[in-house]
Design a protein around this ligand. Structure first.
Ligand code: PEP
Ligand code: MN
Length: 353
């Protein structure tokens, strides 16, 4: 079983194993910082004829890392054959990549190959933001291996210009954790960022959200890496990044709970009032809906919506509330008003007269 007492548990190593020298020199530099050494042997590449990994040839290199540096090693598996090879060669743990998690057939065949073993498996999120698909993959693997099953957040793909290579959409890993509270959650800031300078803030955010560990790519000479060169850190930069992370307590002690008690009571009562106010607002929307129906008016009165948004903008400035935040809250409230009014306008349709 894996040991999760230390936070973060750190998995590091190159995107791909490229040569015995590259693997060994990276592992040597990481040996006192990383808890697990990673290196991809079979690489899922977007286009053919890109570097597709060294395959089986790299298995003995990972064994050398175990023996020379005492680091447990892991690699990516994408099918049952990879699982068999990993088991035969005493690899300590595996991860399932984002492009594999999307396919229940592929995940199931990996699960079948893992049946009865105690191999720990990290399940990356699928490339698109589908929480249920991720949960399903975790369930399939969890019912096969007797080892730990850990969720690994690597962000979600989208098309076009964007800040992140894969948008973090933190609500999705939070959603998985709340549906599966016993599953540990790791974050992979390298594949979220896609470039070196964003890794630190993503890693810090993962820690602030209480995630258990990090997987960060590190290459002895990132500039010449055969895959993901832009996002790999040198071991030296990785070590300084890890030591700069601020790790805050996950739970409150008794005194802290007491300190926060009054503020939490106040919050609860404000939330209660907010709900009352919202309910009152929806009742008025209902009355307006009735009036519009009786007078043959449309639900959406654009001029009124514009007037609402500009007056509320002034209020947000006066009250010190972030404008974008207020705008998105009001948009939700307005959307619900429109839904209610549309329901009223369409009620009784087709009853005939
Ligand atoms: C990787 O970890 O190198 C990898 C290919 O990751 P992902 O499946 O997240 O793209
Ligand atoms: Mn990679």
């Amino acid at each position: 079983m894996m040991n999760f007492e230390k936070r973060p548990v750190l998995i590091s190593g190159p995107c791909s194993a490229e040569s015995r020298d590259q693997v060994m020199s990276t592992a040597r530099a990481l040996q006192s910082t990383a808890n697990y050494f990673r290196a991809g042997l079979w690489k899922p590449r977007t286009r053919p004829n890109e570097f597709e990994g060294v395959g089986e040839k790299g298995l003995p290199w990972l064994k050398d890392v175990q023996e020379s540096y005492g680091l447990p090693v892991m690699t990516e598996v994408a099918n049952a054959e990879h699982v068999d090879l990993v088991l035969k060669n005493g690899i300590d743990a595996v991860w399932i990549g984002a492009r594999t998690t999307v396919s229940p057939f592929a995940v199931q065949s990996i699960a079948d190959a893992l049946k009865g073993t105690n191999l720990p498996v990290f399940v990356k999120n699928p490339i698109h933001a589908d929480l249920k698909l991720w949960i399903g993959a975790v369930e399939r693997i969890d019912s096969a291996t007797k080892g730990d099953v850990i969720a690994l957040h690597r962000g979600f793909s989208s098309y076009g210009l964007k800040k992140f290579r894969n948008a973090p959409m933190w609500e999705i890993p939070i959603g998985l954790r709340s549906e599966m509270p016993d599953i540990k959650m790791f974050c992979d800031p390298s594949h979220i960022s896609g470039k070196r300078d964003l890794i630190q803030s993503i890693a810090q955010k993962a820690m602030d959200l209480g995630m258990d560990g990090l997987m960060i790519e590190s290459h002895i000479n990132p500039q010449v890496a055969l895959s993901d060169a832009k996002q790999q850190l040198s071991p030296k930069d990785l070590i300084s990044l890890i030591s700069s992370l601020k790790i805050r307590d996950l739970t409150l002690d008794k005194a802290q709970t007491l300190d926060l008690r009054d503020l939490r009571i106040e919050l609860d009562s404000i939330d209660e009032r907010l709900v009352e106010l919202l309910s009152g607002r929806m009742n008025i929307a209902r009355a307006i809906g009735k009036y519009k129906k009786e007078n043959g008016l449309t639900v959406l009165q654009l001029s009124r919506w514009k007037e609402i948004m500009s007056s509320r903008k002034v209020w947000s400035e006066e009250m010190g509330i972030e404008q974008d935040f207020l705008r998105s809250v009001l948009e939700q409230v307005h959307k619900e008003s429109i839904r209610i009014q549309t329901e009223i306008l369409n009620s009784g349709l087709g009853e005939g007269s």
